[in-house]
Design a protein around this ligand. Structure first.
Ligand SMILES: [Fe+2]
Ligand SMILES: [Fe+2]
Length: 165
C-alpha cells in the first residue's frame, strides 16, 4: 500500500510543535533557546505512552531537565533586559518566576500522587511557552532590535551609547 502524506515522527505526532519562522524574534541566541524549549516539549509528547508507571519514571527525569533549561533561558533573557535597561523588566521577570513556581508545584502534586498525564503536562508547557514568546518575549526583542545597530556582517550590535540612560 502506498502511504499518503509525511511519515509521522512519533505516535504522538499531532501534539508535536514544529518550529515556525513566525516564532522567530530576530535574535538568534533567543530563537535557539526557544527551539530547545520546544524540543523538550516534543520529547515529553514522545514519551506519552499512556502507561502510568512509565510516564512517572520519565517525568522524574524530564522535570529536572525542563526546570534547569527554563531557568538558564530566563537568566539569559533577564541579563539582556537588565543590560539594555528594559522598562518592563520587573513584570517580565515576575512572569518567569510565576511559571517556574507553577512547574515546581505541578511536579510536587504529581509526586504526591495527583493524576497527571505527560500529554497534559506537555500541553501546559507548550501553551505557556508559545504565548509567552508571542507576547512578552516579542516585546523585549522588538525593543532590543530597535536600539541595537546592525553591523556590516548583519549581526546586531549594542554599544553603551545605544542604551537609554
Ligand atoms: Fe521571557
Ligand atoms: Fe523566552
Amino acid at each position: 500500500m502506498i502511504s499518503k502524506g509525511p511519515v509521522p515522527i512519533s505516535k504522538n505526532d499531532k501534539d508535536q510543535v514544529k518550529w515556525s519562522e513566525s516564532y522567530s524574534l530576530g535574535i538568534k541566541l533567543i530563537d535557539d533557546q526557544h527551539k530547545e524549549l520546544l524540543n523538550i516539549v516534543n520529547d515529553i509528547f514522545n514519551h506519552a505512552s499512556g502507561n502510568d508507571r512509565e510516564e512517572h519514571e520519565y517525568f522524574k527525569t524530564v522535570i529536572k531537565q525542563a526546570v534547569d533549561y527554563v531557568k538558564y533561558h530566563f537568566a539569559t533573557e533577564e541579563k539582556i533586559m537588565i543590560s539594555t535597561k528594559y522598562r518592563e523588566y520587573d513584570i517580565h521577570k515576575k512572569s518567569h518566576e510565576e511559571f517556574i513556581l507553577k512547574v515546581l508545584q505541578t511536579a510536587k502534586d504529581y509526586q504526591a500522587g495527583k493524576r497527571l498525564t505527560l500529554t497534559s503536562f506537555g500541553y501546559f508547557l507548550k501553551d505557556w511557552v508559545l504565548s509567552h514568546i508571542a507576547v512578552m518575549d516579542k516585546k523585549y526583542c522588538d525593543y532590543f532590535r530597535g536600539i541595537a545597530t546592525k553591523k556590516a556582517d548583519g549581526k546586531l550590535h549594542l554599544s553603551l551609547a545605544d542604551i537609554p540612560t
